[in-house]
Write a protein that binds this ligand. Structure first.
Ligand code: PLP
Length: 286
């Protein structure tokens, strides 16, 4: 596999960043994960808009214009002979002698990308089965709306899940309310049949898949209740699911070993999954 590093393509083992890259010392960088189906980026504009917001929030200049960036992304896929793939893109503030404050003059930002094959069938199997979720404290900083590479809280949440044999960790804030998953957004269908979701604010990532789910729910005439839910409310929910670029919409069948609903993917979740594939297929068919 070839990676892209600051204008060059190199096999993964050879591709590297400077030890003085701000990403390695300060997590001073942002990233995106984009999904390509049959060579077409799913919700591509939304991902690029969010990338611009993340960069602006940290005053990191874009390494190139959006058109050029899209071309490099396409080129990386072509060079790897990939059409259905997830693409990881990271931009850091660049290389400078270690000092917390922004370096002056500003270095050129570093841009790296990797791509790997995406297995739609594996996702469909996971969606048919559903996943177990565990709860874990949200240890993260107060600007989780920036998609920064500062992910230690997410790493610990995912590891806590892994250790318990679960697929995702739902992080719980100081008020006992679920914020989001380690690498996905969190949803429940409550006893009234409403889709409950936390309002977007600085404490969660503005997930692109969340946006797609909300649009689908509106089309399906599902009532959306923009209120954060507690761990207990989640445990007594009719249905629950996670959403992310690479997990799509995936049902949650248990939370902290307690069954959600009948312990199987629920009907509303299944309907949303089906509509979400339609949404993605629209890009595939372009
Ligand atoms: N929340 C967090 C913390 C994430 O890391 C991710 C994605 O990896 C998401 C939510 C889902 O975001 P998206 O739908 O844009 O992939």
């Amino acid at each position: 596999h070839l990676a892209y590093v600051n204008g060059h393509y190199a096999p993964h083992q050879m591709a590297s960043l400077s030890i003085e890259d701000r990403a390695t010392q300060f997590s001073d960088g942002v990233y995106e994960v984009c999904l390509y189906l049959n060579g077409h980026g799913v919700d591509f504009t939304a991902h690029m808009d969010r990338l611009d917001r993340s960069l602006a929030a940290l005053s990191i200049p874009a390494p190139m214009g959006r058109r050029a960036l899209a071309l490099v992304m396409d080129r990386l896929l072509i060079r790897n002979r990939l059409r259905t793939a997830s693409l990881y893109l990271q931009i850091s503030r660049g290389v400078a002698p270690r000092d917390h404050a922004f370096p002056k003059p500003a270095p050129a930002p570093s841009l790296i990308m990797t791509a790997k094959r995406f297995d739609c069938d594996a996702l469909k199997r996971q969606q048919a089965k559903g996943i177990a979720v565990i709860s874990t404290p949200d240890l993260r900083w107060k600007r989780c709306d920036i998609k920064s590479v500062s992910l230690l809280g997410n790493v610990l949440a995912k590891q806590a899940a892994r250790q318990k044999g679960a697929g995702e960790g739902w992080m719980v804030d100081a008020d006992g309310l679920i914020t989001e998953g380690a690498s996905s957004s969190a949803f429940i269908i409550d006893q009234a049949g409403c889709l409950r979701i936390r309002t977007l604010a600085a404490d969660i990532l503005p997930s692109i898949t969340r946006r797609a789910v909300l649009d689908i729910a509106a089309q399906q005439k599902i009532t959306i209740d923009h209120r954060a839910f507690s761990l207990d409310e989640a445990k007594s929910a009719k249905e629950a699911f996670i959403a992310s670029t690479t997990a799509g919409v995936t049902p949650v069948i248990s939370l902290d070993d307690q069954m959600i609903g009948h312990g199987q993917p629920g009907p509303i979740t299944k309907a949303i999954i089906s509509r979400h594939w339609d949404h993605m297929q629209a890009f595939f068919d372009q």
